[in-house]
Design a protein around this ligand. Structure first.
Ligand SMILES: NC(=O)C1=CN([C@@H]2O[C@H](COP(=O)(O)OP(=O)(O)OC[C@H]3O[C@@H](n4cnc5c(N)ncnc54)[C@H](O)[C@@H]3O)[C@@H](O)[C@H]2O)[C@@H](O)CC1
Ligand SMILES: Nc1ncnc2c1ncn2[C@@H]1O[C@H](COP(=O)(O)OP(=O)(O)O)[C@@H](O)[C@H]1O
Ligand SMILES: [K+]
Length: 466
């Protein structure tokens, strides 16, 4: 699999320590600095004559910035280091001086071609000191591109939280592996483009993973000559109501845009008629199913006991929207819960703002409490399994923020579950294809939930074709 993998600071430090013991001093920093200097050159498009300002803190993150400055200075850049501490990396500073770099100050920033944030890296606490914040704000006011070394200084590296002021980068150049803050919002949004430089770390299993097309390809249930509609999986859909009939239509569209062989709709005749008008292939009424999707648009028609029966198993179940209100403890069925921040806040009985600020923590907490995979929707979607594994989907399009797009996702995930994927895999594959369909459907302009659903086959084709 080719997923992007993120590791915790502790894991990175351990892997670095092993490697540092084997290599001559400074090797890792030189590898990091070389990758950083190349990425900076690529971002601004030239090096000779470029005006580069380094913001240098007290640690090795500042050291990386200084040595990248050395390499850029040797290629003809004019490099200035603004020191934020009197303990800046001494050897790096001496090397920069030898390469013709100089010590500068705030007034160098407005005319710079790029500012390099070497304030803090994985050793940083959240937040920026006032002096650093003022320099970062000055660069932003003058529209100078910002390159973060390893992480945007001031974010919480291991959680992606941003409780304090922090750098907003155009490009983040990280080393060895991604960190959680590169994948999880709100910090991920502050990273800009993330570029990974290999420095040769030997790493343990990741703390969080982000799927790529290849990962989806390896899991997607593709029918073969032996397949029939039942072996491909039948999805039971309990969604929509007289109040929200559209949710059932949209969820059906989402499900039919996935791998399922057949849909059985369980609900009122009036809603079934609306679905049939768009999807005549839908079957109305109870029967054997391999998985359930329940909850989208049930509104006041929600029958908590009926949902509770599904939650008791044995079939796997996707629980969306109103269906989530039927959950009050561990779920026996293999389950994928698909709340947005407001719904997760209600489930956990905490303020919505807390879920928005600390999404990863709350998704994990809910997965453990309800013994179910929790897919927390947002600009970054977090998928947390009850065993502690985490995946995130970062390739969404903001055009997805439209009514009914969550119903498409619930139907699609149900479809994947019915065709045999685990809740954790169904959530990751579903979130990926949902986002891919959004990019195709929107193509830089508004989309509707139905156009999103009708683009699922094309998104799947693109993803499954190497
Ligand atoms: N350890 C290694 O082998 C490698 C480390 N590398 C770099 O080293 C970095 C980690 O270096 P360090 O462990 O020295 O730590 P940092 O450079 O991240 O910073 C730690 C220092 O910053 C201070 N500090 C913490 N939070 C602060 C804040 N909010 N504002 C101001 N100062 C703050 C601390 O007192 C400490 O002195 C990585 O992010 C990476 O850039 C790379 O060179 C690759 C190899
Ligand atoms: N700003 C955004 N950027 C990217 N994706 C988003 C954004 N806002 C919402 N989404 C995605 O759009 C979908 C919205 O689902 P949901 O909140 O359930 O809406 P609805 O209930 O109207 O269907 C989710 O998949 C979510 O991840
Ligand atoms: K940094």
């Amino acid at each position: 699999m080719r997923m992007r993998r993120a590791h915790s600071v502790e894991q990175v430090r351990a892997a670095e320590a092993t490697l540092l013991a084997q290599l001559p001093g400074g090797t890792l920093m030189q590898r990091a600095a070389y990758g950083l200097s190349v990425a900076i050159g690529n971002l601004i498009g030239f090096v000779y004559g470029a005006r580069v300002v380094l913001l240098v803190g007290s640690g090795d993150n500042g050291g990386d910035a200084l040595y990248a400055g050395v390499l850029l200075a040797r290629r003809g850049a004019s490099v200035t280091a603004v020191l934020l501490s009197d303990r800046a990396h001494a050897e790096g500073l001496a090397a920069l001086r030898r390469a013709g770099g100089r010590i500068g100050a705030a007034e160098d920033i407005p005319g710079a071609d790029v500012v390099v944030d070497g304030i803090v890296g994985i050793g940083g606490r959240p937040g920026l000191k006032p002096e650093a914040l003022a320099l970062v704000q000055l660069a932003a006011r003058h529209g100078v591109p910002m390159v973060a070394v390893d992480v945007p200084s001031g974010v919480d590296v291991d959680t992606g939280e941003t409780p304090e002021p922090h750098v907003r980068a155009d490009l983040t150049v990280t080393f060895g592996t991604h960190k959680v803050c590169h994948l999880v919002d709100p910090a991920a949004a502050a990273c800009g483009t993330v570029h990974l430089v290999d420095i040769g770390l030997d790493l343990p299993p990741a703390t969080a993973e982000a799927f790529q097309a290849e990962d989806v390809r390896s899991l997607y249930p593709v029918p073969d000559g032996e397949s029939d509609k039942y072996s491909r999986g039948v999805l039971g859909l309990m969604a929509g109501s007289a109040q929200y009939p559209g949710a059932a239509v949209i969820a059906t569209s989402g499900a039919l845009g996935g791998p399922v062989g057949m849909i059985r709709y369980v609900g009122p005749d009036s809603v079934a008629a609306e679905i049939r008008a768009v999807h005549p292939e839908m079957v109305h009424g109870e029967g054997r199913v391999q998985a359930w999707a329940v909850g989208s648009g049930l509104g006041q028609a929600l029958d908590k006991q009926a949902v509770a029966r599904l939650l008791a198993g044995p079939e796997p179940v996707v629980v969306d929207a109103d269906g989530l209100t039927a959950i009050d403890g561990p779920v026996a069925a293999p389950a994928l819960l698909t709340p947005h921040a407001g719904e997760l806040a209600r489930l956990l009985d905490v303020p919505r703002a807390e879920v928005e600020a600390r999404g990863l923590e709350h998704a994990r907490m809910a997965a453990e409490r309800f013994q179910a995979t929790v897919l927390l929707k947002g600009s970054t979607t977090v998928i947390a399994a009850p065993d502690g594994r985490v995946r995130v989907n970062t390739n969404a399009s903001a055009w997805l923020a439209t009514a009914g797009s969550g119903d498409v996702l619930a139907g699609l995930c149900g479809s994947l579950l019915a065709s045999g994927l685990s809740p954790f895999d169904a959530g990751a594959v579903g979130a990926y294809l949902h986002a891919a369909a959004a990019h195709l459907a929107a193509d830089g302009a508004p989309l509707t939930a139905m156009t999103l659903a009708t683009h699922l086959p094309a998104a799947t084709r693109h993803t499954l074709t190497p």
